[in-house]
Design a binder for this molecule. Structure first.
Ligand code: GLA
Length: 699
């Protein structure tokens, strides 16, 4: 890893890649290369300042690192501002650079300036040891004595090398259907993925994955994930000359930010990289998130097996009822008991109670202590559900403070799930939200919060702000600040980020929360698709997955199938244990015991998506560390077309080592080379079949 500057050429060298920039004759940072390493001396500016004809400007053709709106620019820009004299164009020219080293990370700062307005834009590129992931972000400074209005401040602009159309991978998700992967070939125009809902949303995700001739094992893959849990925009465009570019950052939709004299604005980071194949991308991001993104306290600890009450008891939580389930949860091996919605205020259903974070005395006559004592006595930790950013109009909070929700006096507030969004840009509201959770944490022995958020924003009036369009930004920052404050005051607290399932899965959330609730859809077959999409860019250990018994009215599946799907992430239990037979509880106990033996490999190992239903007869995922490997495979149904026969070649093993392969009652020894080059054959008969195969490296 190093950063070199040579006559205005900057070479950022990661473990296996180069990212190179030149300051061209116009004083513009020009993108030179991103990908495999080349000889340092070969990098130089190729910028031509003359127009080819009056319809295609030199600026439009250039490979820019951070294009401002202004002059002859007619393509997606990274930056747009209005200056105090109402000039709406920016000219950013190179001023200086800094290379610094802090805690083993190297950072390049390119300082650009818009001289007449005393505005500066610093582009940051941060490199860390043993990874190809680069962190990029931008900081805007106002050194003048008048305010500047920012309209668009992207985190980064990227140029891709090939003139052939790239394939963009993102998701066509929904509530209950997150991370359904879609590949789109970007031939012309622009492909935009964005959220305008306030959160990072279920539909498309704030990341980009652009590939050329790629599969799991090989091919060029350029990717980036934005660390932002709010409105975002990713613009992937391809011009007439075949150049593909990406601009990613906070969404400029309904956004502006007033930068007062002496202030600065920091755009969120985008973590980007180049990989050879999708598996390399996912493994790089997985390892990077564990090392550098997740809150430190639990980043390297395996997540506990939790029990969550939601699917079993819904809003109908009572002290006695939860204690009964807790006994069974402990018996089967759960380590954490989380009571979900329903414990507070007048919460009998989702029409009332949000905002009143005091224990419901009808359901818990002596408060939560008897339940928590019971849970602790059973050897589990205790967790509690909150939806702290929300309020039901039918609540004491709303009756006392109707102005605490975002609103316009002249507009009727739109309810979604009978609730409104609290205006977290107000200091008093922010303090209230912090204290409602803090009070409970101080009063009770609670070590886990499930922080939910179940609706998109509307009527986003925030008249407390000088510039109300800052609310999109300030709300997200307030969420981060509250989560950080809670963790600072209660250092052992774990927080799960939930937004009606996976509505807030992004690297911003994962910088402040320890994990996410992946989806409200716990149907195991659907889950395979959701989990595989999630695994592309987000860390496996953060992917909470529940074994439940509802199946939401879809096809029935046996316990093996449910566990074999769920154990591919962070295993949790969500069914009504009081209804299970002894035999079913024993199945749970056995699988939880097995999961504890393999969870280090699953949560921290390298992993490979070996097969999927689109292309193969089965779905298979393999996890590997230095001691063992675990292979899961699942089928849909078998037909009469002979799709009962399967063959899987493993990956990532030591070719010279011997492995003991065990499944069902079989135990066989094979060499690593054999398992990877020849592979294993299986037959499955019946519907929704699954297997877990343990492959233990012989000493
Ligand atoms: C959301 C969450 C669920 C559950 C309910 C409670 O839908 O995603 O897991 O917590 O809210 O109301």
């Amino acid at each position: 890893m190093k950063i070199i500057e040579n006559n205005g050429v900057f070479i950022l060298e990661t473990e296996n890649t180069h990212y190179c920039i030149a300051i061209n004759s116009e004083g513009t940072p020009e993108h030179l290369h991103w990908g495999r390493k080349c000889a340092d001396e070969d990098y130089r500016s190729v910028y031509k300042s003359h127009e080819r004809n009056s319809n295609h400007s030199a600026k439009d053709l250039g490979k820019t690192e951070y294009l401002p709106f202004g002059g002859t620019v007619y393509r997606p820009v990274a930056f747009k501002a209005t200056y105090p004299d109402r000039c709406r164009e920016a000219v950013l020219t190179y001023k200086d650079f800094n290379i610094s080293e802090v805690d083993g990370a190297f950072t390049l700062e390119l300082i650009l300036e818009d001289k007449p307005y005393k505005a500066e834009v610093s582009l940051f590129y941060k490199l860390r040891e043993n990874t190809d992931i680069i962190e990029r972000y931008a900081v805007i400074r106002n050194n003048s004595d008048r305010s500047i209005t920012l309209h668009k401040v992207a985190s980064g602009e990227f140029n891709l090398p090939s003139l052939r159309p790239y394939t963009s991978t993102n998701f066509n998700g929904s509530w209950g259907g997150e991370f359904r992967k879609v590949n789109s070939v970007v031939r012309n125009g622009a492909l935009t993925y964005e959220s305008t809902k306030g959160g990072s949303n279920h539909t498309v995700n704030p990341c980009f994955i652009l590939s050329e001739n790629a599969d799991e094992k090989k091919g060029d893959v350029f990717f980036g994930a934005l660390a932002w849990t709010g409105n975002f925009k990713t613009e992937i465009s391809r011009d007439f000359a075949g150049r593909t570019r990406v601009v990613i950052g906070i969404n400029d939709f309904d956004f502006s930010y007033t930068l007062h004299p002496g202030e600065e604005f920091t755009a969120p980071s985008v973590f980007c990289g180049y990989a050879n194949g999708f598996a390399e991308m996912s493994n790089a991001m997985n390892a990077f998130a564990i090392e550098y993104i997740l809150p430190k306290r639990y980043a390297k600890e395996p997540l506990p097996v939790l029990y969550n009450s939601w699917e079993a008891t819904g809003f109908n939580v009572t002290s006695a009822g939860q204690q009964k389930i807790a006994e069974l949860a402990a018996e089967i091996g759960c380590e954490l008991f989380v009571m979900d919605d329903g414990w507070f205020g007048s919460r009998l259903n989702d029409h009332a109670g949000l905002g009143d974070w005091n224990v419901n005395r009808f359901k818990f006559p002596r408060g939560l202590k008897p339940l928590i004592d019971k849970v602790k006595g059973l050897g589990m930790r205790f967790g509690l559900w909150f939806e702290p950013e929300m309020v039901n109009p039918n609540s004491n909070l709303f009756r006392a403070h109707p102005d605490w929700a975002y609103h316009y006096d002249t507009r009727k507030a739109s309810l979604l799930r009978h609730q409104l969004v609290l205006n977290l840009t107000r200091d008093d509201v922010k303090e209230f939200v912090f204290s409602c959770m803090d009070n409970m944490l101080c009063e009770y022995d609670i070590s886990y919060i499930k922080w939910d958020m179940n609706r998109a924003y509307s009527e986003t009036g925030a008249e407390n702000l000088e510039n109300p369009q800052e609310l999109w930004y300030r709300h997200v920052k307030a969420v981060y600040e509250i989560a950080d404050r809670l963790k600072a005051k209660h250092p052992d607290l774990q927080i799960e980020c939930c937004a009606s399932g996976g509505g807030r899965v992004d690297l911003g959330a994962l910088s402040h929360f320890d994990m996410v609730w992946t989806s409200d859809n716990t149907d195991p077959l659907d889950r395979l698709t959701i989990q595989q999409g999630f695994s592309l860019i987000y860390p496996i250990k953060c992917m909470r997955a529940w074994v439940t018994d509802t199946n939401r009215g879809s096809r029935p599946s046996d316990w093996d199938f449910r566990f074999n799907v769920t154990m591919q992430g962070s295993l949790s239990i969500g069914g009504d244990l009081t209804k299970y037979t002894k035999k079913e509880l024993k199945i749970h106990k056995d699988y939880i015991r097995l999961y504890k033996e393999i969870r280090n490999t699953v949560q921290f190992g390298r992993f490979y998506r070996l097969a999927n239903f689109e292309e193969d007869r089965l779905f298979a995922t393999q996890y590997v560390d230095d001691e063992q490997s675990v292979l899961f495979f699942c089928t849909k149904a078998n037909s009469f077309f002979n799709d009962n026969f399967h063959h899987i070649k493993l990956q990532g093993l030591d070719e010279n080592a011997k492995y003991t392969v065990s499944y069902d009652k079989t135990k066989e020894i094979y060499g690593g080379a054999y398992l990877m080059n020849v592979g294993l054959s299986f037959e499955t008969w019946g519907t929704l079949q699954s297997k877990i195969i343990r492959i233990i490296k012989n000493k």
